[in-house]
Design a binder for this molecule. Structure first.
Ligand SMILES: NC(=O)c1ccc[n+]([C@@H]2O[C@H](COP(=O)([O-])OP(=O)(O)OC[C@H]3O[C@@H](n4cnc5c(N)ncnc54)[C@H](O)[C@@H]3O)[C@@H](O)[C@H]2O)c1
Length: 459
């Protein structure tokens, strides 16, 4: 254990209030690590609270633990076992007991010594937890999709602007070179004028929690506050198969593959289209396979919608349609570019770099996005070395992150509208500036969802 790790952590604000001499009297007056006066001394660290320790929370938190100017001081979860795991990981990392446990996120948010929060809770809770954080002056790293409905998303955007906070969305693909270079190529007109965009998302359901067969109604486990877990959504019986991780296959809590992935591949599509603040004007339902609404996993297993953007650009959002490849593909008047986590390709040889690998007796050729010079790429896009580092840097600089709240809002809107259109099997007209559905009352009602009492969304 290093001397640095044994040093009692003084909260940033308390340190600032009491000064360095007070800090020295905290227990180790003789061995003071030199860094206490340096850049990453406790006084200079960004203090963070983390909410949600399921599938994504631990990974996000690990990335913040690796940053020495950040100190995770609080963790919150409704599941006692998850919370225990969070404390074990965080306090184990710092070799102390300074990270405090909360089951009520409002208590965590009320702490004045916490600068920012990382939120990785299911979609039904995004709006309430993040607006509480913003009201309490926290900067927020929040997960995609921005929220479960467009109305909730609008509330989050309003709160970020009202309280003037820094927001980073978990749409981390923007911080990966391959996605940025692909979007830059498109933005710089190297495939001509964009005519069509294909956003290929996964289909079906995936049993993330391994509880897919646990479909009986039972009492919730003692460690989980299930009543609060349901939160503002509709109360329903406890069925293990639709709670942790697999909630995304239940429309009561999540939005299926469509909304799970829209904040990744449509986010990249918009980046290339220069549409971070824009959106479609028309949405047409093409095809959807919905299990019965009463099924435990009731989200669409196959879906396809067609959206019209300004300039007559068509966007197809699809899952389970083999002609639409997973990832993002922009098709222009002069060629195409496709990008995904596992690959990159273009119709133009000068816009791709060949990688050849031997697999057994055959040589397999794949491609990567080429690094092009400033003579070709005149418009450079926001570049980061790490999505998490970018959040911390922006907390310090007070400059926008690579995926600010407005971007997250617009990246998810096409997904929400496609879902509404597919559920109703009706085409929709969308006023992207006013953010309203034109002339369809039933669809307009689906922009939000009724909140179960006593929950109320306020900005
Ligand atoms: N960026 C990415 O690549 C990525 C990947 C996976 C998930 N996600 C997003 O992360 C979020 C969480 O997804 P997950 O798969 O980790 O879910 P999960 O069910 O695995 O974990 C959520 C955790 O939040 C806790 N929780 C629920 N409501 C709470 C509340 N009100 N207060 C405190 N804790 C609460 C649950 O008990 C659980 O431990 C979702 O928005 C999801 O879309 C993002």
């Amino acid at each position: 254990m290093s001397a640095m790790k044994r040093t009692p952590i003084v909260s940033r604000r308390r340190f600032l209030q009491t000064g360095a001499t007070a800090a020295l009297s905290f227990g180790f007056p003789t061995i003071v690590p030199s860094s206490i006066f340096g850049q990453n001394a406790p006084s200079n660290r960004i203090t963070m609270g983390v909410v949600g320790w399921g599938m994504q929370g631990p990974g996000n938190t690990n990335s913040f633990l690796a940053e020495t100017d950040c100190q995770v001081v609080a963790a919150c979860d409704l599941d006692k076992k998850h919370l225990e795991a969070a404390l074990g990981k965080i306090n184990g990392h710092y070799q102390n007991n300074d990270c405090k446990a909360y089951s009520d996120y409002r208590e965590l948010m009320a702490r004045k010594d916490i600068d920012c929060v990382m939120l990785a809770v299911p979609d039904n809770w995004h709006a309430l937890v993040s607006t509480e954080a913003l009201r309490n002056g926290k900067d927020v790293y929040g997960e995609k999709p921005l929220a479960r409905t467009i109305i909730e998303q609008q509330a989050i955007v309003k709160a970020v602007q009202k309280y003037n906070r820094i927001w980073q969305t978990g749409s981390w693909q923007r911080s990966v070179d391959q996605f940025r270079i692909a979007a830059e190529i498109v933005r710089n007109g190297l495939i001509g004028q964009i005519k069509e965009v294909q956003v290929g998302l996964p289909a079906g359901h995936h049993d993330f929690a391994g509880t897919g067969k646990k479909t009986d109604v039972t009492a919730p486990p003692a460690e989980l506050d299930y009543e609060t877990w349901i939160g503002p959504a509709t109360m329903q019986d406890y069925i293990e198969a639709r709670v942790h991780k697999n909630w995304r296959w239940d429309y009561n809590i999540g939005g299926g593959q469509l909304l799970d992935w829209i904040g990744h591949h449509c986010d990249i599509a918009h980046w290339g289209m220069n549409s971070d603040n824009g959106g479609p004007s028309e949405i047409k339902p093409i095809q959807a396979d919905f299990p019965p609404r009463t099924a435990i996993w009731n989200t669409a297993t196959k879906y396809r919608a067609e959206l019209t953007y300004p300039g007559g650009i068509t966007m197809t959002i699809a899952g389970g349609h083999p002609d639409i490849k997973g990832g993002t593909k922009w098709i222009g008047t002069d060629g195409w570019v496709w990008v995904d986590r596992g690959g990159y390709d273009s119709s133009k040889p000068e816009l791709k770099q060949s990688i050849k690998a031997r697999r057994g007796d055959t040589v397999v050729e794949t491609f990567r996005a080429p690094k092009l010079g400033d003579d070709i790429i005149k418009t450079r896009l926001y570049e980061t070395r790490s999505h998490f580092r970018n959040f911390l840097d922006c907390i310090k600089s007070r400059k926008p992150t690579i995926t600010p709240v407005e971007t997250a809002h617009h990246s998810a809107i096409p997904g929400h509208l496609s879902l509404i259109s597919l559920m109703l099997n009706e085409p929709l007209k969308w006023d992207a500036a006013k953010e309203v559905i034109i002339g369809n009352e039933k669809a307009s009602k689906m922009l939000g969802r009724e909140y179960r009492g006593p929950y109320k969304l306020e900005v």
